[in-house]
Write a protein that binds this ligand. Structure first.
Ligand code: UDP
Length: 326
């Protein structure tokens, strides 16, 4: 297949580009480098540019006969989305629509979309399945849910087929050690914990220990980046084979509290580090765990690196490497 990966220079996109290449597919990355790194695009062709640039998209789609498009070029910080909703709706919704319009104009019919557990808002129950109501509690979640709606309407009107994958907590790194997470600023728990372990940070602060969970800290479902990418590949194969538009929840179905995660990180790294107790962060549900049985049943997805120890080990190998030159 020939695949356009939008946002292929970012954390998830760069792993996806590698997986597509290793599976024998032809990949072009389009990325404006606002949050990505050119040197993270280790495979295929790289085009620097923005999905809002209609003439660039027109040229790309005219020059290449894409079987499908995968879209990773979104803003992802919940807090920032509350402060700057315009930026989030512009990029995550309006600019995505420019991309979808170009696909429709050029007859490209298969689209894989990075959606999020944040489309569910405060869960009524866990694990969260696809039947759970979607009531986002921040502009980030709203922006992703709006695109899910646009995709249903584009299927109905234009026959554009899509698979939306609602990520829970994407984590870990390339098992080969070639790629990993490089967010600036870093806000995610696992890289911050590992930076405390490697000495790049003095400590890690737990945001709230008074939640309604067994140890009082938030519970999340961490999914290995390669398992996440393999679901994208299955999604694209499903669409190219004539499959219907779908939306799936994607996690391991295993919930770990922040305290549990820190204990496992100390074991995996062999390092002790300072853990501070802080205030709750706004907008954090106590427990987010995915029910991914539909994805497993319908697309045959099977996580290969489900254990949090493996996820942390791969992320730690990357942290050790990256802390030397990052
Ligand atoms: N968290 C924390 N300290 C940090 C960063 C995150 O305690 O320095 C918590 C955060 O409040 C949440 C969990 O760790 O309960 C996972 O946060 P992350 O930002 O990694 O992912 P999210 O669940 O927000 O997508």
């Amino acid at each position: 297949m020939k695949v356009l990966v939008v946002g292929g220079a970012g954390y998830i996109g760069s792993h996806m580009v590698k997986m597509l290449n290793k599976a024998g597919h032809d990949v072009i990355t389009l990325d404006n480098l606002s949050n990505g790194y050119k040197d993270a695009v280790k495979y295929g062709e790289f085009v620097e540019g923005d999905i809002a640039d209609e003439s660039l998209l027109d040229k790309l789609f005219s020059d290449n006969n894409f079987d499908g498009v995968m879209h990773f070029a979104s803003y992802i910080q919940v807090g920032e989305s509350v402060e700057k909703p315009s930026m989030y709706y512009r990029n995550n919704v309006s600019n995505t629509q420019v991309l979808l319009d170009a696909m429709v104009d050029h007859g490209v019919k298969s689209f894989i979309f990075s959606s999020t557990a944040a489309t569910f808002g405060e869960p009524d129950y866990t694990p969260i399945d696809e039947a759970h109501s979607q009531k986002p509690i921040n502009p980030y979640g709203h922006s992703k849910l709006m695109v899910e709606q646009i995709l249903r309407d584009f299927d109905h009107a234009y026959g554009l087929k899509s698979v939306s994958l609602r990520y829970f907590n994407a984590a870990g790194a390339d098992p080969d050690g070639e790629l990993g997470e490089r967010h600036i600023p870093e806000t995610h728990l696992i890289p911050l914990v590992l930076q405390a372990a490697s000495g790049r940070r003095d400590n890690i602060t737990i945001f709230g220990a008074d939640y309604d969970t067994p140890d009082g800290t938030c519970i999340r479902d961490y999914i290995h980046i390669n398992d996440l990418c393999s679901a994208h590949l299955l999604g694209l194969e499903h669409l190219v084979a004539g499959g219907e538009t779908k939306a799936y929840n994607m996690g391991n179905g295993l919930g770990y509290s922040i305290k549990e995660l820190i204990d496992i990180a100390k074991e995996v790294t062999g390092k002790d580090f300072t853990v501070l107790m802080g205030e709750r962060r706004d907008g954090d549900p106590a427990r987010l765990v995915a029910d991914s049985s539909l994805l497993q049943k319908e697309l045959g997805w099977k996580p290969e690196f489900a254990g949090l120890d493996v996820i942390l080990r791969h992320a730690w190998e990357w942290e050790l490497k990256y802390s030397e030159w990052g």
